[in-house]
Design a protein around this ligand. Structure first.
Ligand SMILES: Nc1ncnc2c1ncn2[C@@H]1O[C@H](COP(=O)(O)OP(=O)(O)OP(=O)(O)O)[C@@H](O)[C@H]1O
Ligand code: SF4
Ligand SMILES: [Mg+2]
Length: 326
C-alpha cells in the first residue's frame, strides 16, 4: 500500500484540570488509506472522540495536543494555520457527529449551508447550486426537500439532521469522513439508512471513513479494519474478520462477549466487570488489569507494549508477549 491518507503518529492529547494533566489520548498511532473504512471502538471515555477532535483540531479549551503528529494527504495538520485548517474541515475531511447540531450552523437555513458548499467546490450560479442542493437532499432520502431548504437545523429531527450532514459530505466529496457515533441516537431503521448512505459515499466517491462506534454490529457491517481503544491507548488493531473470529486482547474479547448475536437474548450476555478507571486514577501496570480475567502478576507492575502478532494484527497484552519470548 502507498502513502496513507491519514497518519496519526504518537498522538498525545491532554486536558488540564487545575494542576492535573490528564492524557485522554496517550501515544496513539494508526493509519487510514484512501477509500478504507476503519472502525474505532471502545467503551465510553476511552478517548475516541478526543482522537477525532484532535484530528480536526476542534478540541475544547483545556484540551491540548502535547505530542505527536497528524499527517493528512502528506500535510502535517498540526502545522497548519487556523485558516488553512478551516479549508480542510468540511471540504477534505467531513464530519458527522452524534449530535449534528454541533456541526450544522444553527443560524443559517439548511439550503444556504449546502448551497455554499456547492458554490465553494464548483463554478455554478446560486440558482444551479440550489437545484443541486435539492437533488442531493432527495438523494439522501429527505422528503419535501423543496421546503426543508428553507428550514433551520433545529426544525429537523435528529435523523434528518444526520442526513443533511451526509448530503453535505456528498457535495464536498471529501477524502475522509470522520463519523463519531453517527447513528447512536437514531432508531434502527433510520440507522440502517444512514449506514447505507455512508457506504454509498465510500463506494461512489472513494471517501475513506473513520467510524467511531460502540456498536460492534455496525463495525462488522461497515469496516475493513478495527482499532480498539482502552483508557486512551490502542490495545488491539486488526482486520475485521480476525476481530470476530479470534479477538486477541482480553478487553476485545470482553467487548465481543457483550455484543448480542442475532437471536441471542441480551440478558445472557457476559459483560466486562467493573468500570473504566478515571484518567486521574489509572492503575500502575496494564490499564485493563483490574478488570481482566486473565491478569498475571506482571500485568500489575509493568505496562505492556503494542506489539505485532503473527497474523498481522497489533495487540497490547503480556499474554502474547510472553508467548513470543518463549
Ligand atoms: N473537555 C474535556 N475536559 C476534560 N476532560 C475531557 C474533556 N473531553 C473529554 N475529556 C476526558 O477525556 C476522556 C476521553 O473522552 P472521550 O470523549 O474521547 O471518550 P469517548 O471514547 O468518545 O467516549 P463516548 O463513547 O462516551 O463518546 C474521558 O476521560 C473524558 O472525561
Ligand atoms: S496485559 Fe495482563 S491484565 Fe492486561 S490485558 Fe493482558 S493479561 Fe490482561
Ligand atoms: Mg465520544
Amino acid at each position: 500500500m502507498g502513502q496513507p491518507l491519514l497518519e496519526v503518529s504518537h498522538l498525545q492529547t491532554t486536558f488540564f484540570d487545575g494542576k492535573q494533566a490528564l492524557n485522554a489520548v496517550d501515544d496513539v498511532s494508526f493509519t487510514i488509506h484512501e477509500g478504507e473504512t476503519v472502525g474505532l471502538v471502545g467503551e465510553s471515555g476511552c478517548g475516541k472522540s478526543v482522537t477525532s477532535l484532535s484530528i480536526m483540531r476542534l478540541l475544547s479549551s483545556g484540551g491540548k495536543i502535547m505530542n505527536g503528529s497528524i499527517h493528512f494527504n502528506g500535510q502535517n495538520l498540526l502545522a497548519l494555520s487556523e485558516k488553512e485548517m478551516r479549508n480542510i474541515r468540511g471540504n477534505e475531511i467531513a464530519m458527522v457527529f452524534q449530535e449534528p447540531m454541533t456541526s450544522l450552523n444553527p443560524v443559517y437555513k439548511i439550503g444556504k449551508q449546502i448551497d455554499e458548499a456547492i458554490i465553494y467546490h464548483n463554478k455554478v450560479t446560486k440558482k444551479e447550486a440550489r437545484q443541486r442542493t435539492i437533488e442531493t437532499l432527495k438523494n439522501v432520502g429527505i422528503p419535501r426537500a423543496e421546503e426543508i431548504v428553507r428550514e433551520y437545523p433545529f426544525q429537523l429531527s435528529g435523523g434528518m439532521r444526520q442526513r443533511v450532514m451526509i448530503a453535505m459530505a456528498m457535495v464536498c466529496k471529501p477524502k475522509l469522513l470522520i463519523a463519531d457515533e453517527p447513528t447512536t441516537a437514531l432508531d434502527v431503521t433510520i440507522q440502517a439508512q444512514i449506514l447505507d448512505l455512508m457506504r454509498e459515499l465510500n463506494k461512489k466517491n472513494g471517501t475513506a471513513i473513520l467510524l467511531i462506534t460502540h456498536d460492534l454490529g455496525v463495525v462488522a457491517e461497515m469496516c475493513e479494519r478495527v482499532i480498539v481503544m482502552y483508557c486512551g491507548k490502542v490495545v488491539e488493531e486488526t482486520d475485521v474478520q480476525s476481530l470476530f473470529a479470534h479477538p486477541h486482547h482480553p478487553y476485545t474479547q470482553g467487548l465481543l462477549a457483550s455484543t448480542p448475536k442475532l437471536g441471542e437474548h441480551a440478558e445472557r450476555l457476559g459483560s466486562i466487570k467493573g468500570n473504566v478507571p478515571s484518567l486521574n486514577h489509572l492503575p500502575k501496570g496494564c490499564r485493563f488489569a483490574p478488570r481482566c480475567p486473565k491478569a498475571m502478576a506482571i500485568c500489575r507492575e509493568q505496562v505492556p507494549a503494542l506489539e505485532a502478532l503473527d497474523d498481522g494484527g497489533l495487540c497490547r497484552c503480556f499474554l502474547y508477549q510472553a508467548k513470543k519470548a518463549r
